[in-house]
Write a protein that binds this ligand. Structure first.
Ligand code: NAD
Length: 455
């Protein structure tokens, strides 16, 4: 393995990956090959997570292609140096910044959106002129196999290296024996901490795209029907296995019953009376996750759903009430189709609950009032946020995506993906035809001039 990593380093050092023509050609070839494998990928995503063809396209393949198209369109422009003003002291120099590839980067993905969470960061890595090691999740094996086929067909192993296997076994020796120039990790906070520690040993910069408990708050003036539809969609798509799914809902006590009523109507409309046998409803990734989720059903009163079947890895869209704040479901990230509804009477009470898990990856507030909206946005620091919406903020290329604190660090999507995999180098160019003495020692007697020029 070490030899393969050294081969990546050498290929990067050769400069082959750096021209605009090379980057563009690779991105275009990737676009074509993914299009050629669209059906195969959709089939694999159905095997791994029971995603329908439409869902696989919207949330994985199409999501990736849209980001790729955007990058292809803007790449030339992003690669250009940017002139910046020169301060008085350094006149008549000229100054600019220029994005420089980082080198050999490592991209590690989880299983819930196994294709787009591996391939979307890859767009940034290629666009910025890097070589990459890709590590898919071992828990979405069918998708990992198709992705491996695409990568191996398209890229030489000294440009993009595809490594499969159990992360805990495969990755630590890699980090020990080789210094990556960046590690881009998407997955749990638990593993994120392990990776951060290992990266620190070699001062490797990291992007950590983690999870956490993303709250949804309804204000007393919220449009309950619309809020319920958007929350149910965001919570039960992909069986709630979404990093930015609303983890739990906080609703004023007086609105609790109407919200539950509307959530039930919306959920039935989306997934029917028998979601287990509905095409549009997914499945839990594996038995371990299923067991973990079924355990949470004890943590409250099931007012809707609650059925489960290990044989089909099915858990019904479920609404829980009477959930204690110190229960397991309110401490862990749920990452499944179980939605606790908590009530509050004052904003401070709701904030106190949210602050038990600070800096969520996403925060959702439903209100019709601008002052209320600002109150919540100002009081809940989060990776991203939506007002009267949920999860869709990550589909806009113009909005950077990432967490803060326990939900991660750094971000990507759109231009930020390119920037994440680039070093922004500052350059000053100074002419030689002028070389005044005041810039050199001794400085005695020149203080007044330096103060004027620097101050
Ligand atoms: P996972 O178990 O598939 O792990 C993610 C990756 O880490 C895998 O490739 C795995 O092989 C690797 N890994 C596991 N243990 C490792 C170790 N000790 N050292 C190095 N690598 C290791 O996925 P997961 O962690 O269960 O993913 C779910 C989590 O990911 C949730 O918390 C979710 O919120 C989060 N997530 C975040 C985002 C985001 O964009 N912020 C997106 C999706 C999922």
């Amino acid at each position: 393995m070490n030899e393969q990593l050294q081969a990546l380093r050498q290929y990067f050092m050769s400069g082959a990956t750096q021209s605009f023509a090379f980057r563009l050609a690779k991105l275009e070839a990737l676009q074509q090959l993914v299009l050629d494998h669209e059906k195969e990928l959709a089939k694999a995503l159905h095997i791994d997570l029971k995603k329908t063809e439409e869902e696989a396209w919207a949330s994985e393949i199409g999501f990736f292609l849209s980001e790729l198209k955007y990058t292809i369109k803007h790449l030339k422009n992003w690669m250009q140096p940017t002139s910046v003003p020169t301060n008085l002291l350094n006149q008549p120099s000229s100054c600019y910044t220029v994005p420089e590839p980082l080198g050999v980067v490592c991209i590690i993905a989880p299983w819930n959106y196994p294709f787009q969470l591996l391939f979307t960061p890859l767009i940034g890595a290629i666009a910025a002129g890097n070589c990459a090691v890709l590590k898919p999740s071992e828990f979405a094996g069918a998708t990992a196999a198709v992705m491996g086929k695409i990568i191996k067909q398209l890229f030489s192993e000294n440009y993009v290296l595809y490594i499969e296997g159990e992360g805990a076994e495969v990755l630590p020796p890699l980090f020990e024996n080789f210094r990556f120039d960046h590690i881009f990790y998407t997955g749990s906070t638990f593993v994120g901490k392990i990776i951060y520690k290992q990266a620190a040993e070699k001062l490797v910069p990291v992007t950590l795209e983690l999870g956490g408990k993303s709250p949804a708050v309804l204000a007393s003036d919220a449009n309950i029907r619309v809020a319920a539809r958007r929350i149910a969609n965001a919570k039960f798509s992909n069986c709630g296995q979404i990093c930015v799914a609303p983890d739990y809902v906080l609703v004023p006590t007086a609105l609790k019953d109407s919200l539950i009523e509307e959530l039930m109507i919306a959920t039935k409309k989306f997934y029917g009376e028998d979601p287990e046998n509905t095409d549009g409803y997914g499945k839990i990734i594996n038995e371990k996750q299923w067991q973990r989720l079924v355990g949470y059903l004890q943590d409250g009163k099931v007012v809707y759903g609650g059925k489960s079947n290990l044989a089909t890895l099915f858990i019904e869209p479920t609404i829980l009430t009477d959930v204690a704040l110190d229960s397991k479901i309110m401490q862990d990230e749920i990452f499944g189709p179980i939605l606790p509804i908590l009530t509050y009477n004052t904003n401070e009470e709701a904030l106190e609950i949210i602050r038990r898990n600070p800096n969520p990856l996403a925060f959702y507030v439903f209100t019709s009032n601008n002052t209320t909206e600002q109150y919540w946005l100002n009081n809940v620091p989060s990776g991203g946020a939506c007002v009267n919406n949920a999860i869709f903020h990550l589909t806009n290329h113009a909005l950077p995506f990432g967490g803060r604190g326990f939900s991660g660090m750094g971000g990507y999507h759109g231009k930020l993906s390119f920037d994440t995999f680039s070093h922004i180098k500052s350059v000053m160019k100074t002419p030689t035809w002028i070389d005044p003495d005041f810039k050199y020692p001794p400085y005695t007697g020149k203080g007044w001039l330096l103060k004027k020029l620097i101050g």
